[in-house]
Ligand binder design. Structure first.
Ligand SMILES: [Zn+2]
Length: 553
């Protein structure tokens, strides 16, 4: 059991941190025994913990007592721990204590964390504010230049590795379902379901330019095959026939998606209001943002999706800033889906600090807007579903990979090979740390002039080979909700036994098709490190939604 000492102002973010690092913990109670004690910017209470973590960027008694000289480093520097780079967004305290380094501050090569061991206690002093870092990640989010680093997942991993290598028992519920290393969540924003809705508008002229001229430029740069150029020219020249309804609309790629994903799950975000551009965070209106289709126009598509067991969710216009409008957007889509719970992703990823509460008030059960337009990666520093600070039940499914970010000239502008290389670390991270990899491939991206279908197939095959749980956005969120609502109870007076108690049956119907959780127990029964010093082994237990599990730690 971990005890946490933190200022009142940090309590909410501490609670959220331990939903992501799901392990038995509580705020420190005087007189209680803890194997591990974490103190964040606080006085250290009298304790007999085997492992004591002292976080904080201000000088503390630890270095005063030992006369360790310190200095302060500026913001936005990297720490390095066992080959991993972790950006720190607040300030950082560096320690002049040779021989005791645990974490290195990259720019100065000084220690950003040191450890001191005595007979019965190991103290690790880390010169940064863990919970303020977590708060920054979950609210502000990382600047795009650090997008590729799963910073929050690395903070969890750092803490876990320090605990495990000190041979202290640790129980956690993994952020991945039983039988899988991670969850893959395939999503499609339905922005342009037909080219024929764009007769003579800026979208059509943009298409013609990119198909006829852009393709040729891309061919000269080695980014397009001759066959792709021919496909695009043919599509552009066929446009009058498409408008006349004589030949098939080449932006209608729904059947192709259903075919490519026939053995998988996926979620389609549809725009509920036609012709409404909404306003951005500065109150500006951009006519281009308005959708050119009504739900009635794509009624057949929606029927097809429902009968193929796809999830349909809301691609919101104003929902993020006006809960009454959000309610309207939600109800329009729910009328079609008939579901009681509906999620949302805002068109163009419009969002601000008030958006989570506004969306919750509008009755959405999850949001999946937190990501980047211009790059791929982790805005909130995590591949886990999380909860924003000011809401009760709305969960955030972070968005990680968007096709347009990879390929648009004004964004990453990558060739296929480079795009594959850029995505690979994200796939490897989620395989390693668990969580969900959320992908958004737009509705028309398989058709001319984008022709990003072959790339998408390669991505799907790469994912399939790793055997993740392919889940809809709602299933993913439901699985994480189930994990969040699972609790730990001390089953005996000495606090040695822990009962893992699954969520109440309130969720039983939602989670009927959701795979079970895995409880991992590290360092059970004391020292288990093998001779070569490999990380200590662990035992895994599977728990389903109705039984509790008793673990003797
Ligand atoms: Zn959109």
């Amino acid at each position: 059991m971990i005890g946490v000492v933190a200022n009142e102002a940090e309590h909410r973010v501490v609670v959220e941190f331990f939903e992501l690092f799901k392990t038995p913990w509580e705020f420190h109670r005087p007189g209680a025994h803890y194997d591990i004690l974490i103190c964040s910017n606080s006085m250290v209470p009298k304790n007999n913990a085997r492992l004591l973590f002292l976080y904080g960027a201000q000088r503390q008694a630890f270095e005063e007592c030992r006369s360790i000289r310190t200095s302060s480093a500026s913001r936005h520097d990297f720490l390095s721990f066992r080959g991993e780079r972790i950006p720190i967004y607040g300030s950082c305290l560096l320690f002049n204590s040779p021989g005791n380094e645990v974490v290195i501050h990259e720019r100065t090569k000084s220690a950003a964390a040191v450890s001191v061991a005595s007979d019965d206690q190991m103290v690790v002093r880390l010169g940064f504010d863990l919970f303020q870092e977590v708060r920054y990640l979950l609210t502000q989010g990382q600047p795009a230049e650090f997008a590729s680093i799963p910073t929050l997942d690395l903070h969890i991993s750092l803490l876990r590795e320090l605990i495990v290598s000190c041979e202290v028992p640790l129980i956690e519920i993994l952020p991945a379902p039983a039988g899988h290393r991670f969850i893959a969540c395939l999503t499609h924003d339905v922005d342009h379901p037909r080219v024929r809705y764009h007769k003579c508008d800026h979208t059509m002229f943009g298409f013609l330019y990119r198909a006829l001229i852009g393709s040729v430029i891309d061919f000269c740069r080695g980014r397009r095959s001759l066959q792709q150029v021919a496909t695009n020219w043919k599509a552009a020249l066929s446009l009058p026939l498409v408008f006349a309804g004589i030949v098939k609309d080449f932006w209608n790629q729904l059947d192709q998606y259903l075919e490519l994903e026939r053995d998988l799950a996926s979620t389609f975000f549809v725009i509920p209001t036609e012709g409404s551009p909404g306003v951005d965070s500065r109150g500006r209106t951009k006519a281009k943002r308005a959708s050119r289709y009504a739900l009635a126009d794509i009624a057949d598509d929606l029927k097809k999706l429902l009968s193929a067991n796809r999830e349909i969710a809301v691609h919101g216009i104003d929902a993020w800033r006006d809960s009454a409008k959000g309610r309207g957007e939600r109800e329009r889509v729910q009328k079609i889906t008939g579901t009681t719970e509906t999620g949302v992703r805002i068109h163009w990823l419009y969002f601000d600090s008030q958006a989570p509460l506004t969306l919750e008030k509008a009755g959405f059960s999850y949001d999946s807007t937190v990501g980047y337009n211009e790059t791929i990666g982790y805005r909130a520093g995590t591949a886990q579903v999380f909860k924003h600070a000011n809401v009760d039940s709305l969960l955030e499914l972070p968005l990680h990979i968007m096709d347009t970010a990879l390929f648009y000239p004004s964004y990453m502008n990558l060739s296929d090979d480079r795009a594959r290389a850029a995505m690979l670390p994200l796939i490897e991270n989620v395989t390693r740390f668990g969580g969900v990899l959320t992908i958004n491939w737009h509705d028309r991206s398989l058709g001319p002039e984008r022709l990003w279908g072959d790339f998408y197939v390669t991505l799907l095959n790469n994912l399939r080979a790793r055997k993740p749980w392919f889940a809809t956005a709602a299933q993913t969120v439901s699985w994480f909700r189930n994990r969040r609502e699972t609790s730990f109870d001390s089953a005996t007076h000495d606090g040695r036994n822990i009962r893992v108690q699954p969520a109440n049956n309130r969720l039983a119907s939602d989670t009927a098709n959701v795979p079970p959780l895995v409880v991992r127990v590290h360092n059970r029964g004391g020292s288990t490190r093998d001779l070569r010093g490999r990380s200590a082994p662990f035992e895994d237990f599977t728990i389903d939604t109705c039984d509790s599990l008793l673990i003797a730690a």
